[in-house]
Design a protein around this ligand. Sequence first.
Ligand code: VGL
Ligand code: ZN
Length: 236
Amino acid sequence: MFDRQQILAGLSLLAAAALVPKTLRAAGKISLDRTSALVVIDVQNCFLPGGSLAVKDGDKVVPVINTLAKKFADVVVTQDWHTPGHVSFASSHAGRKPFETIELKYGKQVLWPDHCVQGTDGAGLSKELLIPQAELILRKGNNKDVDSYSAFNEADGKSTGLAAYLKTRKLQRVFLVGLATDFCVAWSALDARRAGFDTYVIEDACRGIDTEGSLAKAWADMTKAGVKRIQSGDLA
Ligand code: VGL
Ligand code: ZN
């Protein structure tokens, strides 16, 4: 049994906790501000279970992203958006198989199963993704001869205009989520750093493809470049 003194002590502790300002209680958490933007990478049917380039547990990111998105006023959503016969498809290269690598004018290219063909259901965003306030849907990789993992620059270096869009809107901090960690998320994060953004990747809101050690390499490259690796629970 509690005696009267114990109850009083407990109550005063509760009262003291209530007096601690919210900012202190959130100590160690990352506070979002008006310069923070969420960039949701390629949460498209082709990358979800049953899709032509399914990322393992790709669907698990959707509820995490939906919850996160409620914290952001500014959200950009991207779509991988390839022509039929795109240069990144193994089927466009005689004798080549998916996940082999070839050398193209702009460098190494992993060859993929056909995916995210413009206007097809596979290229559609997940129907479970609920981010009504998202103001920009950016399509990338729509040039037949050039891939674009990154939302910022195509593989040949040509800008998509995303850095200028964010800067015009005074959005300095970029939080990346989506698919796949080791390709489109990582390349976007590296380009965001190169363009001078304060860059975060929210790990539990991403899933990777992980071919030939690509996931470990992507994290090593991102860490080296100063990309911050965080969890959704780290946000205030
Ligand atoms: C992606 C491989 C090919 C991605 C897109 O969204 O990460 N990966 N195209
Ligand atoms: Zn692609």
